[in-house]
Design a protein. Structure first.
Lengths: 83, 154, 154, 83
């Protein structure tokens, strides 16, 4: 699946997007955040405080306990500041 | 008659008068139009520009979702939402919501609802660039915006 | 800084975009502009025109009174109110309220407050002229407009 | 003092305005309405239902019990339908 990052999540990770293949036991958004945080220093900095991170699966907001099994694209970003 | 909202996410500026005219021309049933314009503000004279990042595709989809929710909640005859991204300087326009209705209550409520949701749920992020060249970082989400959006929950 | 509202009672049409531009141009502190436009509506295709009678002098004074009340209640940076009188045909503009503020909540509340008061307290009266030449009489005041205005009492 | 009329009050009275000199015992807006209603058929029709009539003294809304002693201009009209 594709992971994409926005705003300071993107800046800390150092990438706009990447292909990821989490292991089968990573089942929810929350577990994926923990798994991503272990990928390197940038990822660790980006995901240090999971409470400040929002996620969307295939362009729809999801909660931390949402399953990721069928996701093609999962996005991580800070709280939105539009308008 | 079903209303199809007009939604645009674009880098360029918009013309509020033209958008308003498109919602009202050649019809006699619109009694009230509320147009909200959000502008880039700089109170202490240190802001060079905002950089507005967005999630292409999701931004349009999410705005359409709110627009359809507004059309379910209020009796509207027309609805246009435009949100810019990219570099926006102080005094420039960022966002436009125009709601047309028979009665003013529907138009006011829909426009205010949509702005509260755009602030907290549409995937846009603002970064401030200072005139001294520094970057003062990403604008933090405000708890009062969350409170404003939560008024509409039911 | 004290805000001086712009108030006009006039027979001719107005240009909302120009009025909005006058409130925002050459300044960087306005973050939100709410523009309300009220139009002459004709739902069943029988209205030829509205004839709007007003009380010259009192109309301007009364609108200024509401405008100053709005400036006391909300933090506004600019306020323009234009109300037309005379013959107005379906689809034509009747009234404009533009409120500029730092924050959207102030602009929305002030514009809605002013419209509720204009409906019920400004000395204007509407008469309907039908396309068959008959005159269907004076528009009756609506109890829902009184209710809307009474929301703001305190 | 000058009495001025708007909308259907004007139409029923048949005048836009007139000079009036109410007697001293006419002290309030309510009493003036009753006095005006006795001036003729048009006035009687206009003021038949005082509850539907609003008044302003010197361009300020007033209640029915407002004193008229110092009024230069007193206006009568139906409930407003602006906006």
């Amino acid at each position: 699946m594709k992971a994409i990052y926005f705003a300071w999540v993107r800046e800390r990770v150092g990438l706009s997007e990447e292909e990821i293949t989490p292991p089968r036991e990573v089942e929810t958004v929350r577990q994926l955040v923990d798994w991503l945080a272990a990928r390197g220093d940038g990822h660790a900095a980006a995901f240090a405080n999971p409470k400040t991170i929002r996620a969307a699966i295939d362009k729809t907001h999801v909660a931390p306990d949402a399953p990721i099994a069928n996701a093609r694209e999962i996005a991580f970003f800070p709280p939105m500041t539009g308008g | 008659m079903r209303v199809t909202p007009t939604i645009r996410v674009q880098a360029g500026d918009f013309d509020s008068a033209r958008e308003e005219a498109l919602l009202t021309q050649r019809r006699r049933d619109v009694g009230a139009v509320v147009a909200f314009t959000g502008l880039c503000r700089d109170e202490n004279g240190t802001l060079a520009a905002l950089e507005l990042e967005h999630y292409p595709g999701m931004a349009e989809e999410e705005i359409l979702r709110f627009a359809n929710e507004a059309l379910l909640r209020w009796r509207l005859l027309g609805l246009t939402i435009i949100h810019r991204y990219g570099v926006i300087r102080p005094g420039e326009r960022i966002v436009l919501v125009v709601a047309a209705a028979r009665h003013r209550g529907d138009a006011f409520a829909a426009a205010e609802f949509l702005m509260d949701y755009l602030k907290t749920r549409a995937p846009f992020w603002k970064k401030e660039r200072r005139i001294d060249g520094s970057d003062s970082g990403w604008v933090a989400a405000k708890s009062e915006d969350d409170a404003a959006a939560s008024r509409w929950e039911r």
